[in-house]
Design a protein around this ligand. Structure first.
Ligand SMILES: NC(=O)c1ccc[n+]([C@@H]2O[C@H](COP(=O)([O-])OP(=O)(O)OC[C@H]3O[C@@H](n4cnc5c(N)ncnc54)[C@H](OP(=O)(O)O)[C@@H]3O)[C@@H](O)[C@H]2O)c1
Length: 250
């Protein structure tokens, strides 16, 4: 028999869970017993749809809106979630915002938003939610980034830098909160096919992948659910790439 992921009774906040990878993570976490807070920013209808899907699984579920780049909104989100769930035990920060262009195409005021979401968003969530995890002597924080954060990418230059900062932040935080039985890890993704690329571009990109295909949302969930489970209690401060071998970092 294969290993079972048990998230029974754990209250998990997944940011950016209305659609895409976040939606898949929210549904599969619920399938493995977790109660799920489905966070969204603009995609309210899709978030409610995800909630509907999860309700069928018989776990607690609720949609919650916030701009994670705004500290006050994150604090309000925690107050609301505490009322609904008691407390949040685990966070998967899957929300992200990036612009695809070279550095010199930016106007100076344009890079702030990426840093707000991809870097400050992580600090805002950690600062707000980890104190309760410390009180409970139990918690996990998982941040999702792209491999660009590890390798650099000239067309994702600002978000990659912001997320590399988030990787470093979580390593330091892991050292601070390990004594409280809290684990902080990063999952770094290769390109996940969301059906947005034309075939010519797709074939060009696939050549860079040893597995000769892009990932799907279902390729991502196993690693994240494992990191959320008690089987990963001795893994902290790490970065795990789930990327079809696109980059291999020693
Ligand atoms: N898809 C890929 O190939 C790939 C590759 C590497 C890394 N990643 C990363 O994996 C994660 C999921 O990817 P994805 O393609 O499924 O989704 P995505 O469209 O990149 O982003 C997920 C969600 O982030 C939310 N978001 C954006 N700005 C926000 C803010 N200020 N506050 C709160 N939420 C905000 C949006 O929610 P609303 O729609 O509700 O506004 C969006 O739906 C992202 O972090 C992405 O950067 C993806």
């Amino acid at each position: 028999m294969g290993m079972q992921i048990n998230l029974q009774g754990k209250n998990v906040l997944i940011t950016g869970a209305a659609k895409g990878i976040g939606r898949e993570l929210a549904i599969t976490a619920a399938e493995n017993g977790a109660n799920v807070a489905v966070h969204y920013r603009e995609s309210e209808q899709e978030a409610l749809q995800t909630v509907k899907e999860i309700e069928k699984l018989g776990v607690k579920v609720s949609a919650i809106q916030a701009d994670i780049g705004n500290f006050e909104e994150v604090r309000e989100m925690k107050d609301n979630l505490d009322k609904k769930f008691g407390q949040i035990d685990r966070i998967v920060n899957n929300a992200g915002w990036a612009q695809l262009k070279s550095f010199f195409q930016y106007e100076p005021e344009e890079w702030k938003r990426e840093v707000d979401v991809c870097f400050h968003g992580v600090l805002n969530l950690a600062y707000t939610f980890i104190p309760t995890m410390k009180e409970n002597n139990n918690g996990k924080f998982i941040n999702i980034v792209g491999d660009s954060a590890r390798t650099g990418d000239r067309n994702l230059i600002v978000s990659a830098a912001a997320r590399n900062g988030a990787i470093s932040f979580l390593k330091s935080l892991a050292k601070e909160v390990g004594r409280n039985n809290i684990q902080c890890n990063t999952i770094s993704l290769g390109m996940i096919d969301q059906g947005r690329l034309n075939e010519e571009l797709l074939n060009k990109i696939i050549k860079q992948y040893p597995m000769k295909r892009l990932g799907g949302a279902s390729d991502v969930v196993g690693a994240v659910l494992f990191m959320l489970s008690e089987d990963a209690d001795w893994i902290t401060g790490q970065v795990l790439s789930v990327n079809g071998g696109h980059s291999m970092i020693g």
